[in-house]
Design a protein. Structure first.
Lengths: 455, 116
């Protein structure tokens, strides 16, 4: 719509029957006064978009140990030397944690084992999975498991167990050997990349390609080399990548001067990488940028897309929760990392001493949810992207000292707003091939399926 | 140049004492107090009505040896009180929506069935 059309629309909004008004009315951008039907339809749309709230906490992360065999320079969790012994989750804590997880009302439960490096405390991972399966005979939930691991300590026994118990692995790949080894340093001095590559093959033999996904963490070294990183992901047989920025926690804070960048620098690199991925797809290599796909699902479809890090209210606690090795419960991994840095503001309770109600109906989780509705947050309430975005109250607390935060100063806001700006710029350019690709990503179909449909 | 010439809404009073004048028509008591509360670690703060139209917020640094960076610190106060007022305004306008979403988010807890 141009400015003249907008002025004309404002001048005679009531009783307007211009094609533009009717088009906007059909898409629920405009309505005449007292149109109850329009309000009811909008309410239904909003309920649909917020459907992720109907389950309560579905993602339960267990920190099996704080020890790690790598010392990554951006480690948000500030990993601890493998020789240290008192930072492992004990069986007592693990059992109590699983008992608490199954108190959740969610019909679907995903248990994610994290660290440190969870494979360093493999017996507890294994016992936890077996016990959770046993409990689920009675609880009857849709139960899934993920182990977040650098796969350095992966063994045939672990792969077989994962295969038998339908456990997915989520690992990390930071690109070609020099980039990966440069940031994901093995404590024993060996190349973590070589171990990764060898064990990825073994994992895929047992679990298939889909059973082992990888995460990329972008440092300053990556900014100019993302196309190369993407090529490497393709060469390694991955079908997509999540272009993930650094978060201001743990070692990433201490090493900011070496590995950090501004949100603006990140989005410039992100945009170029997205262009590169689009070109790859158009040239016949199917490959997804998962963050863009998530945002497109929100922009192009009316469906609910739960994503703990970008929800309103925030998914911290109500969608995902993390149980530290010592039984302490935090609403998000970032809150646990903050605690590791000495600030336990977001401690919800402890599995050994607190009841489910005390933890999940307590003041920390309620305060976070109440103060992270973008509908009432300054800068968010009037933002055009409100419907596609979400709040990160723990990040805001780190940035400004309170959970509501300040959008003009927020790196989180700058990053998301600029990424959405770029996606809308591409959509506005109207290249049919790219629109089809974006539809394919948003609806999780192949480009050929979408292209055939649009013919 | 005096502070009030550079930043007219921040007025230098006696030595080390500064005043921020806020129009009552725009700022509510709750916003003025909530913003002032955040500054109490470094300043002694007093809030009083100036007249029917203005409320005054006086700041005096607790550290008598440090020169008071009035323009920056009290400019931050002005930004903070604006933020607090916008929060209040948004809550008045969209608070019912927030309440509905918040209640919806915790509804599964009320309907929770404990197994076993």
């Amino acid at each position: 719509m141009n400015l003249t059309e907008f002025d004309e629309l404002l001048a005679c909004s009531e009783g307007n029957s211009s094609p533009l008004f009717l088009k906007l009315q059909a898409k629920h951008f405009m309505t005449v006064e007292d149109d109850d039907l329009a309000i009811e339809l909008l309410a239904t749309k909003l309920r649909t978009r917020k459907a992720y709230l109907t389950s309560f906490t579905t993602l339960h992360m267990m920190v099996i140990t704080a020890r790690c065999n790598c010392v990554c320079d951006y480690c948000h969790a500030s990993s601890i030397d493998p020789e240290k012994q008192d930072v492992d989750m004990t069986w007592d804590v693990a059992k109590k944690t699983i008992d608490m997880i199954f108190q959740a009302p969610a019909p679907s439960i995903k248990i994610e084992f994290q660290g440190g490096e969870p494979l360093l405390n493999w017996e507890i991972v294994k016992e936890s999975i077996l016990y959770a399966r046993f409990v689920n005979r009675f609880a009857k939930r849709k139960l899934g498991f993920v182990i977040c691991t650098n796969i350095i300590a992966l063994t045939p026994e672990i792969v077989n167990f994962c295969k038998k118990n339908e456990i997915d692995l989520s690992t990390s790949l930071d690109g070609p050997r020099d980039l990966h080894d440069g940031h994901r340093k093995s404590r024993d001095g060996r190349s973590s990349y070589d171990c990764f590559k060898k064990n990825l093959g073994a994992a895929r033999l047992g679990l298939g390609y889909e059973g082992c996904s990888a995460l990329l963490t972008i440092t300053r070294d990556h900014l100019q080399r993302l196309p190369e990183v993407i090529d490497h992901y393709v060469e390694m047989g991955f079908t997509g990548v999540f272009l993930r920025a650094l978060n201001p926690y743990g070692y990433a804070v201490a090493n900011y001067s070496n590995i950090g960048y501004t949100p603006e620098e990140f989005v410039v690199a992100f945009s170029k990488a997205l262009d590169y991925i689009v070109e790859l797809n158009l040239a016949g290599t199917p490959f997804v940028e998962y963050y863009t796909a998530l945002l497109l699902q929100r922009v192009l479809t009316p469906f609910s897309t739960g994503f703990v890090d970008l929800q309103s209210p925030s998914g911290a606690g109500i969608s995902g929760v993390i149980y530290d090795y010592n039984g302490e419960i935090y609403p998000a991994d970032e809150a646990r990392m903050l605690a590791r840095m000495g600030d336990k503001k977001f401690l919800m309770g402890n599995v050994m001493t607190d009841s489910y109600e005390q933890v999940f109906d307590g003041p920390v989780i309620r305060d976070l949810a109440y103060n992270s509705c973008v509908e009432t947050m300054p800068g968010c309430a009037t933002c055009a992207y409100q419907l596609y975005c979400g709040a990160d109250p723990i990040r805001y607390y780190v940035e400004k000292g309170d959970v509501v935060g300040s959008r003009p100063d927020s790196g989180f806001c700058k990053k998301n707003k600029r990424i959405l700006d770029y996606i809308f710029t591409i959509l506005d350019q109207g290249d049919e091939r790219i629109i089809n690709l974006f539809w394919a990503w948003a609806t999780r179909r192949s480009l050929s399926e979408v292209t055939l449909e649009s013919c | 140049m005096k502070h009030e010439e550079k930043v007219p809404f921040i007025i230098a009073c006696d030595a080390g004492l500064y005043l921020v004048k806020l129009p009552k028509a725009f700022y509510e008591r709750e916003a003025v107090f909530a913003a002032a509360y955040l500054f109490r670690e470094k300043y002694h703060v007093r809030i009083d009505s100036i007249d029917d139209n203005y409320v005054g917020v006086w700041f005096q640094s607790k550290d008598e040896t440090a020169p008071m960076p009035a323009q920056f610190a009290l400019g931050e106060y002005c930004n903070e009180v604006l933020d607090q007022q916008v929060r209040l305004d948004l809550n008045k306008r969209y608070g019912a929506l927030r309440e509905a979403v918040y209640e919806h988010a915790f509804a599964p807890l009320r309907e929770r069935k404990v197994w076993g």
